[in-house]
Design a binder for this molecule. Structure first.
Ligand SMILES: Nc1ncnc2c1ncn2[C@@H]1O[C@H](COP(=O)(O)OP(=O)(O)O)[C@@H](O)[C@H]1O
Ligand SMILES: [Mg+2]
Length: 279
């Protein structure tokens, strides 16, 4: 659906994207996980055809580069910086984008979108009064006005409370089930683990590895830790096979408690970069 081939982009002395490649398949939620400054937003801007790479290739749906407007029309972008008009209502904002994209039956489409992002009851309110989560949902709806096949979501949960975050994550899964192909950037590994079919780990403008969370954890996550308590004595054992270790400990006997810590994307990021993803 979307292929980036060895893209590079410098801003003066800063290398933002340093030979990044990715291939996103139809119907998947593909996560770009990396810290601030990793080059995620720049990569998405290049993927939309709105920012020119210094080198490398972009192909959308086998149609060629999205620098071509007719190719680009299959793509929707919800930018990291919210691009809505605070003085307009939710409905007016969506109508503005629907008309900008030349959407047929713009009014009907806007009502559909208000329902999809569950903002019907606030349709007539100016978005200057909205919470961070409501603005994010409307920003996402604006990317959908022309019903694109591929949706690029750049940090769609930035600046929202945990409850709104879950709502947005559910919305993304719903859109994927409805057939959208989604590229999702985040620096929150819990989010990537929760909703992405595959994750690419990005740092310093490079794709360090790509896979399902399970594949990445198996490749780079290292060992699980099994902590076994016998009365007030704790023993911590590192193992690749925690189930076997727990079984062995029970066979020895006297176990009063067991705790298993499995490696996650944080361990993967640490193994790949030598740094923690948590700021
Ligand atoms: N327009 C720009 N001008 C100069 N530097 C930029 C510009 N856009 C991004 N950068 C730099 O490129 C690097 C990657 O930025 P970005 O793609 O925004 O990363 P991310 O989205 O992963 O946080 C950062 O060092 C950033 O400061
Ligand atoms: Mg960014």
């Amino acid at each position: 659906m979307l292929t980036l081939g060895d893209i590079r982009k410098r801003f003066g002395a800063t290398t933002a994207v340093d030979g990044l490649s990715l291939q996103v398949s139809a119907g998947e939620v593909f996560g770009l996980l990396g810290p601030n400054g990793a080059g995620k937003s720049t990569s998405l801007a290049i993927a939309t055809g709105l920012l020119a790479a210094d080198s490398g290739s972009v192909d959308l749906l086998g149609l060629g580069s999205p620098t071509n407007a007719s190719v680009r029309s299959h793509l929707g972008l919800a930018p990291q910086e919210i691009t809505l008009y605070a003085e307009l209502t939710a409905r007016e904002n969506l109508l503005f984008f629907a008309r900008l994209y030349g959407v047929a039956n713009a009014r009907r489409r806007v009502e559909e979108l208000l329902a999809i992002v569950e903002l019907e009851s606030r349709a007539n309110d100016r978005i200057g009064t909205f919470s961070g989560g409501m603005k994010r949902r409307l920003n996402l709806a604006a990317a959908l006005v022309h019903d694109p096949k591929v949706l690029l979501l750049d940090e769609p949960t930035a600046g929202v409370d945990p409850q709104s975050r879950n709502r947005i994550l559910e919305l993304v899964r719903t859109l994927a089930r409805a057939g959208k192909t989604i590229v999702y950037t985040t620096h929150y590994m819990e989010e990537a683990a929760k909703i992405c079919d595959r994750v690419g780990i990005v740092d310093h403008g490079r794709m360090l590895d790509v896979g399902t969370v399970a594949q990445l954890v198996t490749r780079h996550g290292g060992h699980s830790a099994v902590t076994v308590s016998r009365g007030d004595q704790d023993e911590r054992v590192l193992t690749a096979d925690p189930v076997a270790e727990v079984t062995r400990q029970f066979a020895v006997g006297g176990v009063t408690g067991v705790r298993v810590e499995s490696p996650d994307l944080e361990a993967v990021f640490l193994a790949l970069t030598g740094r923690s993803l948590r700021e």
